[in-house]
Design a protein around this ligand. Structure first.
Ligand SMILES: [Zn+2]
Length: 96
């Protein structure tokens, strides 16, 4: 039986646990924001917490399509930061 809290990545369309994903939310009448705590109400879209997916989402405009709305540059800045952190920690793991 499929876990109820699985969500589909808007980028690669893989289903994963919420905890392995990043959530973006658009609250009524508001801009799309990154919901790092996954606690905001509103229409959500999920992206794998994975460097490849984050980068692809930034490039392809999948977020804009998912929300049918423009996404503020801050959201992409934040995603880029997360991708960079993931890359850095991955690099460190490789070293040791
Ligand atoms: Zn993905």
């Amino acid at each position: 039986m499929r876990e109820k809290c699985e969500r589909m990545c808007i980028c690669c369309r893989t289903h994963k646990q919420k905890s392995e994903m990043l959530r973006c939310v658009r609250q009524k009448g508001e801009d799309v924001v990154l919901d790092l705590k996954q606690s905001l109400f509103g229409r959500g879209a999920y992206i794998c917490a994975d460097v490849q997916c984050i980068k692809r989402v930034n490039k392809t405009g999948a977020l804009r399509r998912a929300f049918k709305s423009n996404i503020k540059p801050e959201v992409f800045d934040c995603l880029n930061k997360i991708a960079k952190n993931l890359e850095d920690s991955f690099g460190k793991n490789e070293e040791f």
